[in-house]
Write a protein that binds this ligand. Structure first.
Ligand code: ADQ
Length: 489
């Protein structure tokens, strides 16, 4: 599809997400330094941004109260095609409260937070109000920057009211909404007090995208059961308004990783890492420190493996890089404490003065070093309890052309549906299964590893972020509501 307009101008695309793809740091009075920030969405959209005249709308990642400072920051951001939404007064209740304390656990099948005081409903209501207010603040910024014919692509659970608010403002705006997390079964979503309003608002969009068929069909069944609307695999009709629902599995920009692995600096880091872990197999974990990533379950599986396989004890190391996120949400602090406790226990049980079985780091690592780690690892261990896709699995495969390491992957990650053929799939709740999978991966002969790697590498190469973005935009561009209705769904 060519998006060039008749006057040669590229199609404009407004990409709206909670967080801008840059993080801003104050460097002085009214001066800022800007850097690309990590995360799944950013990695995904890096590959598609060049195709369109893209503008990003989102929170810049810092609190700014002073008008002159806001002005200076907006000007710097404009150079990177970013438009800030300043959310200061609502941020805590909206982001830490409703987005990450309520919606995130529900979408990952974890249920609503359970407080032991009577103010739970009041807290929930306050957070919900802040969520709506934040969505209105996004609306105001979009209205200010919208030009006729722009496509608006909204991302994720932070902005579920935005499709409805935008359509109320201008029914002609073409809106797509993509959910990066899973969508749960209707029985789970039903527990959310504001379930109907949220679903109805999302349905105001023209196109809704999910990573997997399971998530899309959970969504459709939830709409059918809660709202009583009609739905099929094509989409949903609500009071005569048709909304297309489709599956767009995200990918990465594989060449970025392949190229990085050939850089002299990365090769040097690989040599140093190999020397550091000489004589040992390396199992790698790379996750945001989040309860959905199943880091405690990973450690329990590894502990069981060490318990049962004495001969492996001084021949294997688990390197876990866990970047802390959402520190203001109590559940995240709890999981961090739990993880640290497990690392201490396992290293205490199986370590010696000169060697430790788990190397756990609470930090983000830079891109080149991450590629070096992916490239030297023998096994990648992903034990998410639920995960929309899990791009880390893709990144590992892209960096393994030389080594042909083994991916052990949770069946509850969206990636299990795309990389399942080459990976060893596990139920992360089953400690014995995780332990056996580690053993199988460590002992797998080269021929079998090559076979599995080839299948997955081919998938990662062809199902890139660019394809994901182009497929979504192409569908949004060409989708016609009347055509869908005429199919009498
Ligand atoms: P995330 O939950 O952030 O994304 P994931 O898809 O694995 O999960 O992406 C994480 C990204 O952050 C990767 O690009 C990875 O390289 C980077 N990263 C993670 N830990 C890091 C560390 N310690 N240091 C440096 N970089 C690190 C959400 C959903 C996923 C979905 C994506 C995209 O939760 O399920 O796959 O969006 O839709």
């Amino acid at each position: 599809v060519s998006y060039d307009g008749s006057c040669g101008k590229r199609q404009r695309l407004l990409v709206v997400a909670n967080r801008l793809p840059v993080s801003a740091k104050r460097t002085g009075e009214n001066t800022w330094s800007l850097e690309m920030s990590p995360g799944g969405l950013v990695s995904g959209l890096l590959g598609v941004a060049d195709e369109f005249e893209t503008k990003w709308v989102g929170w810049p990642g810092v609190d700014v109260y002073d008008a002159a400072e806001k002005n200076a920051l907006s000007k710097s951001l404009a150079e990177m095609k970013c438009i800030p939404v300043f959310l200061e007064e609502v941020f805590d209740q909206y982001y830490n409260g409703y987005c990450n304390g309520v919606l995130w656990p529900i979408l990952h099948h974890m249920g609503l937070p359970q407080e032991d005081h009577n103010d739970t409903n009041k807290t929930l209501q306050t957070q919900y109000d802040a969520y709506k207010k934040a969505n209105r603040m996004f609306l105001d910024v979009i209205i200010e920057n919208y030009e006729e014919g722009d496509l608006v692509w909204i991302h994720d659970y932070h902005l579920m009211f935005l499709p409805q608010y935008l359509k109320e403002h201008n029914n002609k705006i073409k809106i797509g909404w993509f959910l990066h997390s899973p969508f749960p079964s209707s029985e789970v979503f039903k527990t959310l007090p504001s379930r109907s309003e949220l679903l109805r608002s999302v349905l105001a969009a023209d196109l809704l995208g999910f990573h997997t068929y399971d998530f899309a069909s959970h969504f459709e069944r939830t709409c059918t059961r809660i709202l009583g609307v009609e739905g099929t695999h094509e989409g949903i009709v609500d009071h005569g308004k048709a909304t297309r629902v489709a599956v767009f599995p995200i990918g990465i920009d594989p060449n970025r990783f392949i190229k990085a692995c050939a850089l002299p600096e990365v090769r040097q880091q690989m040599t140093e890492l190999k020397e550091r872990f000489a004589g040992k197999k390396v199992i790698l974990g790379v996750d945001r420190l989040d309860m959905i990533k199943g880091i405690p379950q990973k450690f329990l599986g590894f502990e069981k493996f060490l318990e049962e396989n004495m001969d492996w004890r001084d021949k294997v190391v688990l390197v876990q890089i866990a970047v802390p996120t959402r520190n203001n949400v109590p559940e995240y602090r709890k999981v961090k404490t739990q993880v640290h406790g497990l690392v201490g226990r396992i290293n205490g049980r199986f370590g010696s003065v000169s060697s430790l079985p788990i190397h756990h780091l609470d930090c983000s690592v830079d891109f080149n070093f991450l590629c070096a780690l992916y490239a030297i690892a023998d096994v990648m261990l992903v034990t998410s309890l639920r995960d929309g896709m899990n791009l880390v699995s893709y990144e590992f495969i892209a960096c393994q052309e030389a080594k042909k390491g083994v991916l052990v992957l949770s069946e509850f990650a969206g990636a299990a549906q795309s990389l399942g053929a080459g990976a060893i799939l596990v139920n992360p709740w089953d400690v014995t299964e995780v332990s056996s999978a580690i053993k199988e991966a460590l002992n797998m002969p080269l021929e079998e590893r090559e076979k599995r790697h080839r299948v997955n590498f081919q998938y990662v190469k062809t199902h890139s972020a660019k394809k994901w973005g182009n497929d979504f935009i192409s569908e949004l561009h060409t989708f016609s509501e009347s055509e869908m209705k005429s199919k009498k769904i």
